[in-house]
Design a protein around this ligand. Sequence first.
Ligand code: TRP
Length: 339
Amino acid sequence: MESSSKQVLSLIQPTGDIHLGNYLGAVKNWVDIQEKYSSVLGVANLHAMTMPYKAPKLREATWKMAYQLLATGINHENLFIQSLIPEHMELCWILSSVCSYGDLTRMTQFKDKSDQIKEVNGKEELISSALFFYPVLQAADILIYKADYVPVGKDQEQHLELSRSIAQRFNYQFGVEYFKMPEPLFTNTPKILSTANPHKKMSKSLGDKHFINIFEDEKRIRKQINSAVTDTGENPDGEMSPGVSNLFQILKSSGNIEGHDALLNDFNSGSLKYKDLKQEVGNSLVSFLEPIRNKYLEIQGNKRKYRDMVKQSSIEIRKRAQKTLSEVREITGILNVKY
Ligand code: TRP
C-alpha cells in the first residue's frame, strides 16, 4: 500500500481483554491503517477515570491493553499511553474555553453513562464532572496531533462532531487557521454479535458466555463456538437466523472464504448441519488467532522489554504534543517558557 501524509489517530479505553468483536470491528482495522497512513494510537487511561474505578486495576488494565495491541500487530512506535503525555490534559483545559457548556450538555454518552452508574450500583455513586468533560479531553487527543482521520465507531460520532466545532471555534476566536477539521473514518468492519445472544452486539458487559477473548486457548475458543446459539426458531421461512449469520461472518472474517462459500451453498440447498459449520468456524478461528496468541505469550514473557518500548514511544510522540502546546500557548496568550 502506498504511504500517505495524512495523520490518523485513535484511542481505546483499557477495558480488559480484547474480544473478537473489538478485534474484527476496530483493532484489526487500525493494524491495517498503519500501512497506509501515519498513525498514532493511544490507550485512553485518562478517559477510564471518568467512571468509578479502582487504581490497581486501572494500572494493570492499561499495560494489558498496550501489550494486547502490540500482539495484534500495532507497531510499537505508533503506540502511546495517554497519561504519559500530560499535554493532552493541558490542551483539554485550553479547549474548554472555546467549548460551549450547552454543547456538552447535549452529549448522549454522558446521559447513557451516568444512567449506567446509577443502575449498576443502586446506591449513591459519584457521577464525576470528568465524565461530563470527557469529550473535551477527546477533542484534545485528536487536535493535539492535528489528525486528519479518526477511525471511530458510530457511538463516537457526536464526540467527533464536537471536536470539529471546538477546532472551528478556536480558529475563529483567535483569528488563526491553526487546527484542522478532523474527519471520522468509518470503515466497513463487520459487526460481531454475542455468541449467547445474537440479538446483541458482542460485549464484555453481557457476561462470559457472550464474548470470545481472542487470546484464549484453542480449547476454550472451540467450546465457545460449539455452544453458540444458532436457531432460536424465529425464522420459519428459511431465512438465516442472526446466530447462524454471525457464525458465517466469523468464518469469512477469519479468512476462510472457500469454507464459507461451500457451507453457504449447503445452507442454501437446505443441507447445512450446524455441527459442520461450527467445526469449520472453530478450526478457522483457532488458526487465524494463533499468531496473535503466540505473540501475546511472547510479550507476557518479556513484559519489561515491551513496557520500556511503549514508554519510549510515548516519549517520542510527546514531542509532537509539546510542539503543538507551545504554539497554542502563543496563540492563546498564556505565557510560555522553556523549562
Ligand atoms: N472515547 C473513545 C471510546 O471510548 C476513546 C477515545 C478517547 C478516543 N480519545 C479518543 C477515540 C480520541 C478517538 C479519538 O471509544
